[in-house]
Design a protein around this ligand. Structure first.
Ligand code: GLC
Length: 425
């Protein structure tokens, strides 16, 4: 197995902590979830209108990058191709691509350019699954799953050829746009898949020829980070918790690993017009803090609409997160877990001699910090740098608990944070 990413890439990725996931494709025009083709069992012909009318007249990746930057995000991952098979770049290997739609222009290049200019790291999501490619065999995860003729053995579909196509497209993506920070493949469902449902026509490392893909990625971009969805143990630089918060630092074979949780704003990755199930910004801030306190990253998704705009609700949520990040990013960027154990209803993050107490609940007057007596030089709220007074236990006492005195009024921010400056030692 080729070597994994250099330690410097891993450290940089972990210092970013917060990124933007962007799901954008033809499903954005259907506007009812990125799995719409599968859910509604649409044929290629029924799906064609979204291609024929894809004209993203308001696509302005500079505006997306600005929103991401204001939200305190440090990197972004774009869907170059989702399961529907539609390519957002001008691939030589298919006509099912953005340059053949009325939009008529590459969309990946301008995205990379805009986010790079804004100083953000760049990740490319690429679907292993392809519901449009003529060689991709029709399985139980496919929109045509009920079509017995399409599923029969003699359709002439050839996964070997598909794997070559997949490899060739990845090669295009990693040779045309300069240095890419993250390659984010999605996803494998080998027999008896992750959902523990018996699947007998699954696809995994053999179907994708994952070893070869890893070699392609590593040889073209030696500094890149690779995610864990190739069904190839030992090949990943980080794991991807999807739509849940791990209970603690993520362990693989008993060892802590680099991880990133990815979350939607409303349960759908692609633009979903009638879905109003938005997570409040305050919850999202708590999720970000929770991830960092467990040594993870948060990749938060937006699904721009078919005109290429991030809708107002999503933009508002990002701005609200940004209002918190403007005052509290020092507790997130470059920060990680602490060896101190946080009191109930709180999380700790730490960066060098700065220990950050994130208060998810607001106690009456006192918060008690076990193990911190005699360890803290100064305490203040991050929001306004106002002092938070401390009650140290008597010097001759055996107590090791430091008590902080909180005002009755909770600071008016999504999550109040007390910065504890620790004594050197
Ligand atoms: C899943 C879904 C998909 C989404 C992805 C993000 O695997 O198939 O629609 O892109 O997760 O993690």
């Amino acid at each position: 197995m080729p070597p994994r990413a250099p330690a410097a890439s891993v450290r940089r990725f972990q210092s970013w902590r917060f990124g933007l996931f962007v799901h954008w494709g033809l499903y954005s025009a259907a506007a009812r979830h990125e799995w719409v083709k599968y859910r509604e069992r649409l044929t290629d012909q029924q799906y064609q209108p979204y291609f024929d009318h894809f004209d993203a007249d308001l696509y302005d990746p500079g505006a997306w990058a600005e929103l991401a930057t204001q939200a305190g995000m440090r990197y972004a991952v774009l869907t170059t191709k989702h399961h529907e098979g539609f390519c957002l770049w001008d691939s030589d290997l298919t006509d099912y691509k953005v340059t053949r739609t009325p939009h008529g222009k590459d969309a990946v290049g301008p995205f990379i350019e805009a986010f790079r200019t804004a100083g953000l790291g760049i990740g490319l999501y690429h679907s292993l699954i392809d519901w449009h490619h003529p060689d991709f065999t029709v399985d139980s995860h496919h929109p045509q799953r009920d079509d017995t003729a399409a599923r029969s053995a003699d359709t002439g579909r050839d996964m070997g050829r598909y794997a070559d196509h997949l490899n060739g497209q990845v090669r295009e993506l990693l040779t045309r746009y300069g240095g890419i920070d993250i390659m984010w493949f999605d996803f494998s469902y080998p027999d008896h898949d992750i959902y523990e449902q018996p699947i007998s026509d699954g696809k995994g490392r053999a179907a994708w020829r994952s070893e070869r893909l890893v070699e392609t990625v590593r040889s073209l971009q030696p500094d890149i980070l690779l995610n864990d969805r190739l069904d190839l143990p030992g090949s990943a630089d980080f794991t991807t918790a999807e739509q849940y918060q791990p209970a603690g630092p993520v362990l693989v074979d008993g060892h802590p690993v680099v991880w990133e949780a990815c979350h939607t704003l409303n349960g759908s990755w692609g633009y979903d017009r009638d879905n109003l199930d938005d997570k409040p910004a305050e919850l999202l801030v708590r999720m970000l803090v929770d991830a960092v306190s467990k040594d993870g990253n948060l990749l938060l998704n937006v699904g721009p609409n078919a005109r290429g705009e991030i809708d107002q609700r999503a933009a508002r949520t990002l701005r609200e997160i940004g209002a918190w990040m403007r005052l509290h990013s020092s507790a997130i960027h470059d920060a990680g877990p602490s060896t101190y154990e946080a009191p109930d209803g709180c999380r700790y993050t730490q960066r060098g001699d700065r220990l950050y107490l994130h208060l998810f609940t607001w106690p009456m007057k006192h918060v008690r910090l076990p193990g911190l007596a005699g360890k803290v030089r100064y305490a203040r709220f991050l929001a306004d740098h106002s002092e938070v007074r401390r009650d140290e236990p008597p010097a001759d006492g055996a107590g090791s608990t430091l008590t902080l005195e909180l005002p009755v009024q909770r600071p008016d921010v999504a999550v109040p944070v007390v910065e504890l400056v620790l004594h050197d030692s």
